[in-house]
Structure formats: structure tokens, C-alpha cells
Write a protein that binds this ligand. Sequence first.
Ligand SMILES: [Zn+2]
Length: 137
Amino acid sequence: MTYPIQKTDAEWLDTLRAKGAEPVAYQVTRHAATERPFTGRYEQHWADGSYHCICCGAKLFDADTKFDAGCGWPSFHQAIPGAITEIVDHSHHMVRTETVCSQCGAHLGHVFEDGPQPTGLRYCMNSASLQFQEPEA
Ligand SMILES: [Zn+2]
């Protein structure tokens, strides 16, 4: 799969370092690692605003779709339309739906069908893949 934004691993490392991303952000976004639960900076972060891809800045979620799933990762019930691409993931002997940034292919987390209404979805994200932005005045 190819994405509109292409960079080498070295370029992504530089980009993430320049943005002050969490140390695990490179392994999470470019190599589909998962941060440890209850460690991410956005797990209990409830300010008004929006969440963007840490790699390319694409807007992924509005803060008002975030909810406390109790699972240790920031969770959302709705993504910005078109912002996220879903890929069936057969790793770890499970069938899950991986979510990646539609613009740059950054691994974000997984989406599950046990979320709250009205969508019934739970986007279980890595904090390290996200960058919060305050609402624009
Ligand atoms: Zn991105």
C-alpha cells in the first residue's frame, strides 16, 4: 500500500524528534509497536480540541469523540471521515483491524466493534501516534 506522504525511516526519525514525539513514537508509528497501557500522555487527557497524526499532522479525531474505555489507551468512537485506513491484521494469532493514517501510513492502533453508540466503534489508539491541538480560536 502506498500513501500520499512518503519518507524514509531516517526522515521519519528526524520529523518525530523535531516534534518532540514520545520516544516510542517511531517504533509505534512506523513498525506497528504498541505502547504499554496507561503510559501514554493522552490516555487521561480530556481537553477540548483535536487529535492529529504525530507523523504528518493530518487531523484524525475530534476531542468530543474521545471516551474512557478503561483499557489504558486513548479511545475514540468516531474518526474524521477518510482520515484513517483500515487493514486486516493477522498478527499475534488474532484477526484484528489495524488503523493507519490515510496520508502517511502511520500505525495508529486498532479499531474494535465494542464501542459506545451511535457508532459502536472503539478506536483504540497509541498516545505516541497522536498530537493534540487546542481548538482554533
Ligand atoms: Zn499521518
